[in-house]
Design a protein around this ligand. Structure first.
Ligand SMILES: Cc1ncc(C[n+]2csc(CCOP(=O)(O)OP(=O)(O)O)c2C)c(N)n1
Ligand SMILES: [Mg+2]
Length: 652
């Protein structure tokens, strides 16, 4: 590195070392190792404007190795983002500091996505790169033409999600995706040779990626390679051989530099070795000025871009304006006029068919279950390798990456991604779903085959505890609609939830309509609502969701023949019900002393509604392989058994 660039890189190193030391926690090794690569990237190549972190056509910089968060915070501060001040860096890892332990997405800050669970950033980056290609095709290269750079470490590449995401990126030929692999051969337990002997070159090449190996401390090699990738025809990984904790005489190149403060004595030695004479958190004027110059270079470029953008502004904004409301109202009327017995996955397809006719910002897909999830409609065109004019992604059997990629699509620029799989395989996607909820992203997970109702595929495919798990994730709305009208209403809420992802748990089996009259109001938006009652005065409340609402109606009618009266509460979304006003909740919850719940899944999340003495009908065991009606019988989910047990309860 020449003197000036060395100074720039050392500014990153010392901010990182000193912030970690002050917080007495954090990861200095990675920022010290990757400082040179990051400096050359930001100084000569990265297209960004700290004055407008949201510039649509900026390059995306994703830190998949989220533990190295100080690398990102240092870069954002040094290049002049308003979001991160020197004070914020001094507050690294303290309560409410923007400089959180791991990067936490916040719009308009330069932190493009939340990372920390290793490998997630890679999938997000694939989503960014894919969004760029899709939008470039739609609006032209003068509006969308940027790169996505992702910094990934040994750990990211060991995680399974990296395989899924890299493989799809290679297949689709996402040429604007560049991975900077921090190939330092060290992770927490020690040298990576303890656990890995992959041939990275062969691995990447087999995915259809360019693989370029360089010395990550050699300025010329870094510069030259970054120049080369600007014209790449495929996604490229630059494998940067680096030294973790670069500059630390006793800790560099070892796992001890990974995740703890270096300590005062060692930091003194690093200062000596790197000839850095400045106090902690003091960046000399000259160096800061130089970094700010780097930050200023994007302004002109954005201005130039803005001229092109203004010409197409109206068209672009129209695409992103969501035109749903009329559609939903008209469709709801049609559904009621022509009541059908349908599986809710089929109901969902009907709605999607209409939505996708007019909303080209909705990007569908499935993890190889398009026909089963009913996610693909006649209006969809497939996104193919190097051909991005479509609006449907065959994610392949890659549930985890699919969900991470969808987050990237949503974060990039208000595309609305939805993707399908079986509800049981939410277990394969949950880490990404959790992060989407944390990042407040509008992503829709279409999860069909939502219970034992799927039948013969048996316990490996029958979700039991999954609804309960998903409901426990904050800011994730879990919808389990009971018929076509409810499915439509739930889709409407999901699309209007700008700050929450949604799960639509849908049935494989056919369901009789439960809503037979047109009501303009979106009943599902209350989370739970009264569907029917057998008398004005009632003694029992029956809560149910999805396919079990019909069962609840049967039970209610059966009890009525014996002069036991009840109301049925359909509960399509517990999370939304929790948010209702106390009065509303009281009316639903506390009209009767006796309460029961019916849902073909684990029962723990219903206890709060039925109370200690209430009965919860559900399944707390693995399912069964058989025709579905027999499985319902096997688990006591029939109107006869439920009515009988309910009678027993009220007689006690
Ligand atoms: C999914 C996941 N598993 C485990 C961890 C804990 N963890 C954080 S960093 C790390 C080692 C990462 O090694 P590497 O990527 O090589 O980082 P380096 O030590 O080179 O900075 C581990 C296991 C995590 N953050 N995410
Ligand atoms: Mg490593």
């Amino acid at each position: 590195m020449n003197k000036q660039n060395r100074d720039l890189a050392n500014a990153i190193r010392f901010l990182s070392i000193d912030a970690v030391e002050k917080a007495n926690s954090g990861h200095p090794g990675m920022p010290m190792g990757m400082a040179d690569v990051a400096t050359i990237l930001f100084k000569y190549y990265l297209k960004f404007n700290p004055k407008n972190p949201n510039w649509t056509n900026r390059d995306r910089f994703v830190l998949s190795a989220g533990h190295g968060s100080m690398l990102l915070y240092s870069l954002l501060y040094l290049t002049g983002y308003q979001s991160i001040s020197l004070n914020d860096i001094k507050n690294f890892r303290q309560l409410n500091s923007i400089c959180a332990g791991h990067p936490e997405y916040e719009k308009n800050t330069g932190i493009e996505t939340t990372t920390g669970p290793l490998g997630q950033g890679i999938a997000n980056a694939v989503g960014f790169a894919l969004a760029e290609e899709i939008l470039k095709k739609r609006f032209g290269k003068d509006i969308f033409d940027h790169k996505t750079y992702v910094v990934a470490g040994d750990g990211c590449l060991m995680e399974g999600i990296s395989h899924e995401a890299l493989s799809l990126a290679g297949h689709l030929k996402l040429k604007n995706l560049v991975m900077l692999f921090d190939n330092n051969s060290i992770s927490i337990d020690g040298p990576t040779s303890l656990a890995v002997s992959d041939n990275f070159k062969k691995r990447f090449e087999s995915y259809g990626w360019n693989y370029i190996g360089i010395n990550g401390h050699n300025e010329k090699q870094i510069f030259k390679t970054l120049k080369k990738v600007q014209k790449a025809k495929k996604p490229t990984v630059i494998s940067c051989k680096t030294t973790i904790g670069y500059g630390s005489p006793n800790k560099s190149g070892t796992a001890s530099a990974h995740g703890s403060p270096l300590g005062k004595e060692e930091i003194n030695l690093v200062r000596k070795k790197l000839k850095w004479k400045h106090e902690p958190f003091k960046i000399p004027e000259k160096i800061l000025k130089e970094w700010r110059k780097v930050g200023n270079k994007g302004l002109k470029e954005e201005m130039k871009w803005k001229k092109n953008y203004n010409k197409k502004k109206n068209v672009i904004e129209k695409t992103f304006s969501n035109k749903f409301e009329n559609i939903f109202e008209i469709e709801k009327q049609k559904v009621i006029k022509n009541l059908e017995t349908l599986a809710t996955r089929k109901s969902s397809e009907k709605i999607l068919t209409i939505l996708t006719e007019t909303n080209s910002n909705i990007i569908g897909g499935s993890a190889d279950l398009s026909g089963s999830n009913n996610t693909k409609t006649n209006n969809h065109k497939i996104i193919k390798p190097g051909d991005f004019k479509g609006n449907y992604i065959h994610y392949g059997v890659r549930e985890h990456a699919m969900c991470g990629i969808m987050s990237g699509l949503a974060l990039h620029s208000s595309l609305i991604p939805y993707g399908g799989t079986f509800l049981i395989f939410s277990d394969y996607s949950k880490p990404s779903m959790r992060l989407a909820a944390f990042m407040k992203q509008r992503v829709v997970y279409v999860m069909s085959h939502d219970s034992i109702g799927l039948g013969e595929d048996g316990p490996t495919h029958q979700p039991v505890e999954q609804l309960s798990h998903l409901r426990s994730i904050p800011n994730l709305n879990v919808f389990r609609p009971a018929d076509t009208t409810e499915t439509l209403e739930c889709w409407q809420i999901a699309l209007n939830s700008l700050n929450s992802p949604s799960v639509l748990a849908l049935t494989r089996q056919k369901i009789n309509p439960i809503r037979k009259e047109f009501i303009k109001e979106n009943k599902c938006s209350f989370g739970a609502y009264e569907l029917s009652r057998t008398n004005q005065e009632i003694g029992i409340t029956i809560f149910a969701s999805g396919s079990e609402v019909n069962l609840a109606l049967e039970v209610s009618h059966k009890l009525a023949t014996e002069n036991i009266y009840s109301k049925v509460i359909s509960v399509p979304c517990q999370e939304l019900f929790e948010k209702q006003l106390t009065n509303y909740k009281e009316k639903i919850l506390n009209e009767t002393k006796f309460k029961i719940s019916i849902e073909a899944g684990s029962t723990d999340c219903w206890r709060k509604y039925v109370g200690e003495k209430g009965l919860t009908f559900g399944i707390n065991d693995f399912g069964k392989s058989a025709p579905y009606k027999e499985i319902y019988k096997h688990f006591g989910l029939t109107s006869e058994i439920i009515a009988q047990k309910t009678k027993k309860m009220i007689k006690k």
